[in-house]
Structure formats: structure tokens, C-alpha cells
Design a protein around this ligand. Structure first.
Ligand code: PTJ
Length: 247
């Protein structure tokens, strides 16, 4: 039982979620390491959503609302921490959730799929029932994607990614990628169209609120907001925020 008075109570709650997800066959072994890496960067940004990230979350909401075919790509860590919010966002936007794992096993896919099924997600892709196609120019376990999902998507939400997928999706395949990554220097962060440098547990509720806020706005106004967003500036601000904390 966690003590609510503990100064790091929230952090302990998320650690417990991570540990439980590992026990339940949802989280990859390396997911624990990835979480620790995230915690380190969260310290550096002050464990709060910066003004810069709030602005980026707004831009991400506008991209999702303007998309023709948006998809929420999920892995073990995202499912462990924010499955309820992922389900809420998918149903709010009426878009699919696609399971795309680096450490893919049939067992993990089944366990993760069950989580989203139980949460009432209408369209779950990336299960073994799907027809898959390789992502052009991308090798490795994340390359095969659902022909009904990431393959035909124009906007893809890719929280907590590793490696080179963001780069291949964005630059080689001309897709819009929205990543959530506490490390502004990671390859994913550096090559996404929109990089939200914040903890996924804080991002999701704010992203849902932003989508609700902009839902009835016309496409031209949304597009103006998108046009005024610049990811290079966003990343620079995120790094500057960390430097300011050191000072
Ligand atoms: O579930 P799988 O099989 O697809 O595997 C997923 C992991 C996360 C294990 C795999 O993709 C991996 O090894 O990722 P990396 O290379 O550790 O990258 C994860 C990135 O997410 C790092 O840059 C972390 O800083 C960042 N991160 C970790 N936790 C959070 C986070 N970003 C936002 N919110 C977090 N809570």
C-alpha cells in the first residue's frame, strides 16, 4: 500500500503501474529501463508541463483534428501508464488504436489488445487478425503495420518511441508524426513533426481537453494554428527550459 503523504507519491504510483504491467505481460523487460530514463528527464524539466509544452499540445490537437486518417500507435509503456486516456482520445476522435511493439510477442499483443477491448475501444489494429505491410525504408520489428491503420494514416501519434521509426515515417514516408518524449534530444524527438517534451501521464489529459476545446473550430482556423507552430523552435525552447533549471 503506497503512502499518500510520501513526497514522491505520484512517481511511486506510476512505478507501481509499470511493475504491474510487467507482471501482467504488457510491458517489455526493457520498458522498466525506458521508464527510468523518462523519470530522469522528467526531473530535468521540473516534473511539470511547461508553457512551451502546453502550446505544443494545442498544436498536436489541431493536427489530430485536421487529419483524414489519424491513428494512435501504442506500445507497452503507453498502455501501462495511460490506457484509459488513450481509449478516451480514440473514441473522442473516432480513430483506431494500433498496437506496434518493438519487442513483439503474440502474448503481449493479446494482453495489450484485451486492455483496449475492455476499455471499449472500437477499432484495435495491429493484432494478429490484421493484414500487415512493411513500412517503406524501415527495418526491424516496428516495420510491419496494419494496412488499415498506420500504413494509410496521414497523422500518427507515437508516444514513447525508440529509434528510427519517427524519422522513417516523417521524412521517408511523408507522414505527420506526433511524439511524446521526455528527452528532447532523442532521435524520435528530433525527427517528429510535433514533439511533446513532457510526461505522457500529464500529456494525455491535456491533449483530450485541447481536442475538446478545438473540436468545433473550423478547419481554416485550425490550420492557422498549425502553420504558426514550429517544431524546431519548440525543441529549442524545451532544451532552453532544461538549461534554465540548471542555472
Ligand atoms: O513495448 P515495446 O515492445 O514497443 O517497447 C517499448 C520500449 C519503450 C521499451 C522501447 O520503445 C524502448 O526501448 O524505448 P527507449 O529507447 O527507451 O525510448 C523511450 C523514450 O521514451 C525515451 O526517450 C524516454 O526518455 C521516453 N520516456 C520514458 N518514459 C516516458 C517517456 N516520455 C514521456 N513520458 C514518459 N512517461
Amino acid at each position: 500500500m503506497l503512502n499518500k503523504d510520501h513526497p514522491r507519491y505520484k512517481s511511486l504510483v506510476y512505478r507501481e503501474k509499470i511493475v504491474d504491467a510487467h507482471k501482467n505481460g504488457i510491458l517489455a523487460d526493457s520498458g522498466m529501463i525506458a521508464h527510468g530514463r523518462g523519470e530522469t528527464f522528467d526531473y530535468l524539466i521540473g516534473e511539470k508541463t511547461t508553457e512551451n509544452s502546453k502550446n505544443t499540445i494545442d498544436a498536436a490537437a489541431c493536427y489530430l483534428l485536421c487529419a483524414e486518417n489519424a491513428v494512435l500507435s501504442v506500445n507497452g509503456n503507453t498502455t501501462a501508464l495511460v490506457a484509459e486516456d488513450v481509449a478516451k482520445l480514440a473514441n473522442l476522435l473516432d480513430i483506431p488504436v494500433e498496437i506496434n511493439l518493438y519487442y513483439r510477442t503474440d502474448e503481449r499483443v493479446a494482453n495489450i489488445s484485451k486492455v483496449y477491448e475492455d476499455l471499449g475501444v472500437k477499432k484495435i489494429l495491429g493484432t494478429n487478425d490484421d493484414e500487415f505491410i512493411d513500412t517503406p525504408d524501415l527495418n526491424g520489428p516496428r516495420s510491419p503495420v496494419s494496412i488499415d491503420g498506420i500504413s494509410k494514416a496521414d497523422v500518427i501519434f507515437i508516444p514513447l518511441e525508440d529509434g528510427d521509426r519517427a524519422e522513417k515515417l516523417t521524412i521517408n514516408n511523408h507522414k505527420t508524426t506526433i511524439s511524446v518524449d521526455l528527452n528532447p534530444l532523442s532521435r524520435t524527438a528530433q525527427t517528429s513533426t510535433v514533439t511533446i517534451v513532457d510526461n505522457i501521464v500529464r500529456v494525455m489529459p491535456q491533449l483530450i481537453s485541447a481536442v475538446e476545446k478545438y473540436m468545433d473550430m473550423d478547419k481554416e482556423e485550425l490550420q492557422m494554428k498549425i502553420d504558426s507552430f514550429n517544431n524546431k523552435d519548440n525543441l529549442k525552447n524545451a532544451i532552453d527550459d532544461i538549461i534554465t533549471r540548471f542555472n
